[in-house]
Design a protein around this ligand. Structure first.
Ligand SMILES: Cc1ncc(COP(=O)(O)O)c(C=O)c1O
Length: 369
């Protein structure tokens, strides 16, 4: 029987499609050794000091965290060359994305959304009653020129995932400047930079300049990827002081937990060497995966993230299933409209070896079928 009383927007939403977990695959297929390359986590983490700090913080779990998040805000402000009042903290980047919906989207607002990007933007926009205007990708990349053409006076918000998930590429920063020229005064760009640490700094938009020029921009970052704390759920935004106050007001109080904050502070203060080593390994292995896949004759999108998007001649579901049966979890991109594309996370070098070998076997099997 249909539930009564729900908002129609709630009924229009789809459940979040998370990558398969190790526990799920163990349960379903009875496989013991599993390599998880479907959720863009950091296989080298948690880093040692973060682990220790989180363990130590557990004894304070009966106490609420510092509601002002002073220590971590100060560290992040320092890293990004802004002030602590320009940083808002959240329960993962996802928490911040939800806050963006609450802050900006009113019923009927036009929301520009690239046709293949992080799925949560669509769901948040629908939940808040926004009207989605889909902007097709161009050559697998977010097309900001086309987005600029789609702007109307009713445009309220643009979700910009940069580098883009699932394709892994980035937009030219000058195109973001141009987009701002076209935007109505009350429209906002939400720049989700979950993977920015894996991209060359000089290819990323200068978010601090844009914010200091008074552009309506919120940059969102996470500790889930380069910093390796996906399970500890810690994210943040860099934005103008006034909007940070609004974000803090609409967010639930204490919207990050003590354990996550302790881990985050430890990574930033004491784990940076290990973190940097892992980052460089991931970037080198990303290159190795891309070259190996190209060597197999496959189409690969150049990546600026910790994952690689590629196409095979076969159905993505068949390829992903074939890999899964041999204990390797990847993400088929069918849900994004790419029937033959796979997104694979760059794991440890050993995991990359296993992935490449297993993929080769799987493709050969499909070819012979
Ligand atoms: C583009 C993008 N934004 C946000 C998130 C969510 O990050 P978090 O774990 O910080 O909530 C992800 C996670 O995969 C992502 O790919």
């Amino acid at each position: 029987m249909a539930l009564k009383g729900l908002r129609p927007e709630v009924l229009s939403m789809n459940p979040y499609e998370a990558g398969k977990t190790i526990e799920e695959v163990r349960r379903e297929l009875g496989i013991e050794k599993i390599i998880k390359l479907g959720s863009n986590e950091n296989a080298y983490a948690p880093f040692p000091e973060a682990l220790e700090a989180m363990r130590a913080e557990m004894k304070n779990a009966n106490r609420y965290p510092d509601i002002a998040f002073e220590e971590i805000k100060g560290l992040l402000a320092n890293i990004h060359g802004v002030e602590a009042k320009n940083i808002a903290i959240s329960h993962g980047a996802e928490g911040m994305l939800q806050a963006m919906g609450k802050c900006f989207i009113e019923k009927g607002d036009e929301i520009l959304l690239p046709s293949a990007t992080y799925g949560l933007y669509n769901e948040i926009s629908k939940l808040m009653g926004g009207r989605i205007v889909s902007v097709p990708l161009k050559d697998f990349a977010v097309d900001l020129e086309r987005a600029a053409k789609a702007v109307t006076k009713r445009t309220k918000l643009i979700w910009l995932c940069n580098p883009n998930n699932p394709t892994g590429n980035i937009v030219e920063p000058r195109l973001l400047d141009r987009l701002f020229e076209k935007l109505p005064k009350n429209a906002w760009v939400i720049l989700d930079e979950a993977y920015a640490e894996f991209a060359p700094k000089d290819l990323l938009p200068d978010r601090v300049r844009l914010i200091s020029e008074g552009r309506n921009l919120v940059s969102i970052r996470t500790f889930s990827k380069a910093y390796g704390l996906a399970g500890a759920r810690l994210g943040y935004a860099i934005a103008g002081e006034e909007i940070v106050t609004v974000i803090d007001t609409v967010s639930e109080p204490f919207n990050a937990n003590r354990i996550g904050i302790a881990g985050g502070v430890a990574v930033l203060t004491r784990d940076m060497e290990a973190c940097e080593r892992a980052r460089l390994m991931i970037i080198a292995d990303r290159q190795r995966i891309s070259e190996s896949l190209e060597g197999m004759g496959l189409f690969v999108v150049p990546s600026n993230t910790n994952f690689v998007f590629f196409e095979t001649p076969f159905s993505a579901e068949d390829v992903a299933d074939g890999l899964l049966k041999q204990g390797v979890i990847v993400r088929p991109c069918t849900g994004w409209g790419y029937d033959r594309a796979i997104r694979v996370t760059v794991g440890t070098s050993w995991e990359v070896d296993v992935f490449l070998e297993t993929l080769d076997k799987t493709l050969n099997g499909l070819e012979g079928a």
